[in-house]
Design a protein around this ligand. Structure first.
Ligand code: UD1
Length: 359
């Protein structure tokens, strides 16, 4: 028996596709939605191949309320949504801010409207990012959920900050709405089947796809952006998390929201009704990372060791706007969701390489 029907927006994307598999394998029925703006159609088929059965899929643009609304008319039994549909390239967002706000904000407004008005239960898991923290002060590392949010320097980052504000305000206004915002650190790697993985279009901006394309000979060398940062080897530090571990956290978050039957209405007091969303007991934020920082150079050498493949690289100037170092304090997710990212980095890097070899 199904544990309930979950709507998955951006289902054909990198994290969406991995989450699709994990939700189905955990016993949920999933309706995938995508407009293939930044993903490939055959991902849907590949999900079916991994699962060994037909999957439910609806093609729709979440920023089109009418088209998106039809999904809810067809599936009135949705009990939760995982919302990935969004654009995610920092540089592109600076050139195309309106596109970013339309895709990332309008889609979210539509989702909240439809989930609160049309769904059987209004549970939302939102795909946020560690980008909301900006450059953390050193004494805030590893970074926990209550660290101050710094003003973001790109429309992409701002759209994630705004989305969290919109969701927390909505939790206050809709007593039946429950939301979990998941702040991802740097997702990497691919499904062990090598049937799904990251599919960058054009020249990859993110480190690992660039690494695997260089190892495959598609690029002649990798540029390591900066070796003069205030870090042990001078290169930037990030918290690289295996995409399958990340996908599993979404299952835990959905389990938590869908499984909680207790209602937490906003308490009636003499205070103004606009309260801190956290006080509603229906608004959760979790960091999703490993808790370990890895430098670019450590990752490069780790890749060569894990795969036995040579990776030509050169030290290049710093990339504008890069954050020096950031890694997660993931203990809240471990405590409250019972989730931990525990796949060894060598296995993760090998999975990325196995995927690259299929492309
Ligand atoms: C940033 C955001 C993240 C967002 C992502 C989308 C932060 C902390 N993270 O990721 O939220 O989802 O952009 O693009 O703001 N590097 C190289 N050579 C390369 C590519 C990258 O040396 O060819 C280095 C970068 O300088 C960086 C590290 O690799 O130090 C990771 O870069 P990348 O994969 O682009 O991720 P972030 O910049 O951390």
């Amino acid at each position: 028996m199904s544990k309930g029907k979950i709507l998955l927006t951006g289902a054909a994307g990198y994290i969406g596709s991995h989450t699709w598999v994990e939700l189905c394998q955990a016993g949920y029925e999933v309706v995938g939605v995508d407009n293939f703006y930044n993903s490939e159609r055959d991902v849907v088929e590949r999900i079916g191949k991994i699962l060994g059965r037909e999957v439910l899929f609806e093609e729709a643009d979440c920023s089109d309320l009418q088209a998106f609304g039809k999904v809810f008319e067809k599936h009135p039994d949705i009990v939760g949504a995982v919302h990935f549909a969004a654009c995610k390239a920092v540089g592109e967002s600076i050139d195309k801010p309106l596109m970013y706000y339309r895709n990332n904000i309008v889609s979210l407004l539509n989702l909240i409207t439809l989930m609160t008005e049309k769904a059987k239960a209004a549970n939302i898991v939102f795909s946020s990012s560690c980008t909301v923290y900006g450059q953390p002060d050193e004494d805030h590392l590893p970074i926990a959920e209550d660290a101050p949010l710094k003003r973001s320097l790109s429309p992409y980052g701002k759209s994630k900050q705004m989305a969290e504000e919109i969701l927390s305000d909505s939790v206050i206004a809709f007593p039946h709405l429950k939301v979990c915002a998941l702040r991802y650190f740097n997702p990497i790697g691919a499904h062990p089947s090598a049937l799904i993985g990251e599919l960058p279009r054009g020249v990859p901006q993110n480190l690992v796809p660039f690494v695997t394309q260089t190892a495959a000979g598609i690029r002649d060398h990798l540029n390591v952006f900066g070796d003069d940062y205030n870090t042990p080897d001078g290169s930037c530090i990030r918290d690289y998390i295996y995409v399958v571990d990340l996908a599993k956290a979404h299952v835990k978050a959905i389990d938590k929201l869908v499984g909680e039957t207790e209602v937490h209405p906003v308490e009636e007091t003499d205070e103004p009704t606009y309260v801190d969303a956290a006080k509603t007991g229906r608004w959760y934020i979790y960091n999703l990372g490993t808790g370990r920082g890895l430098s670019v150079l450590e990752l490069v050498h780790g890749f060569m060791k894990a795969t036995g493949v040579n990776l030509p690289y050169e030290i290049a100037p710093r990339r504008h706007g890069d954050i020096e170092q950031v890694w997660a304090d993931p203990h809240k997710a471990e405590r409250e969701l019972g989730w931990k990212a525990d796949t060894p980095i060598e296995d993760v890097l090998r999975s990325a390489w196995n995927w690259q070899k299929t492309l």
